[in-house]
Design a protein around this ligand. Sequence first.
Ligand SMILES: [Zn+2]
Length: 80
Amino acid sequence: MEYDNGHWGPSDINEVFAQESCHIFGAADEYAGCSCDVSGYHRVPNLNCKTCTSAQVPCLMNANTLSRCTWSKGQIGWRL
Ligand SMILES: [Zn+2]
């Protein structure tokens, strides 16, 4: 991680850290170029990926929004 990270700067480092930390546990990116394939220990499909839906919801794994969608939660092992 570094301060010069696209349009995210020092004031956004917490969001970048959260997003990158979710990768450690298997969460997949949801922005352009993402895959709809399953990810994470529970093999949850990446259905909030920009290329898989026309109704993408705000999510940490898309634009570092400090909220988690159902699919990212499942990918990091947070199943209800
Ligand atoms: Zn990422």
